[in-house]
Design a protein around this ligand. Structure first.
Ligand SMILES: Cc1ncc(COP(=O)(O)O)c(C=O)c1O
Length: 403
């Protein structure tokens, strides 16, 4: 197993190869079907660019309950996001709502496994829709790296699957992503184009190599400084290209700051290390999810909060999602959990988290603000799942008290 990074110029893309092999092993696919990228968003953009090149401009069905960086790849490939209603049971595009948005201009549907919830039945329905409309089915597994939606026989359903090693994802890696391209994709012309694009990416340059390597230490130091010092310092670093932030304002306006790039060998090495620790982290997360479900059952039954019904005690979720009756309650629950020292988050409030700075560029109109999406966005609370039993139980008590 790779532990220490060695910068051996003669070893070629050793860690990229190792990463592809590990991803293939974990998913029962083949190494040559995987393509490492600097961040998942750039892998998505390359795929959508290929769609525009092969089939022309058109629409991509996606969801409002997501991160801005999941929409930028659509808009920066000159496609138009169309926001479908989501299913409250899965927090993912409702296939019936997606069908209503189908038209000759439909180019792709994004199947997002929000928080890592994978619903095979729903995925199969989206597959059927894409087959009927000749649209590409993109799976967004950013929250559940190395997991894929499958049919009854275990075959992956998506045409392409997007995975992230980015900040606040399943592995403690901060950067990197990977795209899987299904060898059975029906649209062979598009597949060829995607494969060519992903194979031709340049590796990140010297500045990004440097800032990605110092990010962890830099972030830790900033976290230990008083915010009156850390905030301007962080701003200074970002302004001068000395720190790579999770998101920049341009990305809240539908743009992406870089050309699509491959990760450095060091990032690939970190991703390989991250995958080596994934099983134990998934076990811990499953335990936390099971505990949240049992501890919160009483308040769920009393109708004070809802938990997506597709969540089961064996799901290794990135965050545990719960939805309370309104935004004020959600903010109160978050504030109480944070006051006690845990990192609960308002994922995804506001819509296109951390918020759209240009609704027109992001394709947000009144029709996008569908009732279930709006309700879930207002009441969203995302709780940490990487904690032990005692901490998870304490969080449950705080949640119950704050309702
Ligand atoms: C649902 C979803 N998709 C895609 C992405 C983009 O991943 P990356 O940060 O690796 O570009 C994110 C990032 O937060 C995300 O939450």
């Amino acid at each position: 197993m790779t532990q220490t990074y060695t910068n051996d110029q003669n070893a070629g893309a050793r860690y990229a190869r190792e990463l592809k092999e590990r991803l293939a092993q974990r998913t029962g696919t083949r190494a040559e079907e995987w393509f490492p990228v600097f961040k998942a968003r750039y892998g998505m953009r390359e795929v959508f660019d290929a769609v525009t090149t092969v089939h022309g401009r058109g629409n991509v069905v996606t969801q409002l309950f997501t991160c801005s960086t999941a929409i930028d790849p659509i808009t920066s490939a000159r496609l138009t996001p169309r926001y479908a209603e989501i299913d409250a049971d899965t927090v993912s595009v409702d296939p019936s709502a997606a069908r209503k948005l189908a038209s000759p201009d439909l180019r792709a549907v994004v199947m997002q496994h929000t928080f890592g919830i994978i619903d095979s039945a729903q995925a199969s329905r989206l597959r059927t829709l894409c087959d009927a409309t000749n649209a590409l089915l993109m799976e967004d597994s950013a929250h559940c790296v190395a997991r894929l939606a499958r049919d009854d026989e275990g075959r992956p359903l998506a045409d392409v699957s997007i995975h992230s090693f980015g900040i606040e994802k399943m592995t403690p890696t901060h950067f990197g992503g990977a795209v899987w391209v299904n060898p059975k994709m029906r649209d062979t012309k598009l597949r060829e184009r995607i494969l060519r694009a992903l194979s031709d990416l340049d590796v990140i340059g010297a500045r990004l190599k440097f800032v990605t390597r110092i990010y962890f230490t830099q972030n830790r130091i900033l976290a230990h400084l008083p915010s009156s010092v850390s905030r301007p310092l962080r701003h200074f670093f970002v302004q001068h290209g000395l720190m790579e932030p999770a998101i920049v304002p341009l990305e809240q306006k539908g743009g992406l700051p870089y050309a699509s790039l491959q990760p450095s060998e060091w990032i690939n090495h970190e991703a390989v290390k991250g995958l080596a620790g994934l099983d134990s982290s998934m076990t811990a997360r499953r335990n936390a999810v099971a505990l949240y479900l049992s501890e919160l059952a009483g308040v769920t039954d009393a109708g004070k909060l809802s938990i997506p019904s597709a969540v089961t005690a064996s799901d290794p979720l990135l965050r545990f999602p719960l939805f309370v009756r309104d935004e004020a309650t959600a903010q109160r629950v978050l504030a109480e959990v944070r006051k006690a020292g845990w990192f609960a988050e308002p994922w995804y409030r506001p819509a296109l988290f951390p918020g759209s700075l240009d609704d027109a560029a992001n394709g947000i109109d009144e029709a996008a603000k569908t009732p279930v999406s709006t309700r879930l966005i207002a009441g969203a609370v995302a709780l940490p799942t990487d904690l032990d039993t005692a901490a998870t139980k304490k969080i449950c008590q705080i949640v119950i008290r704050s309702l």
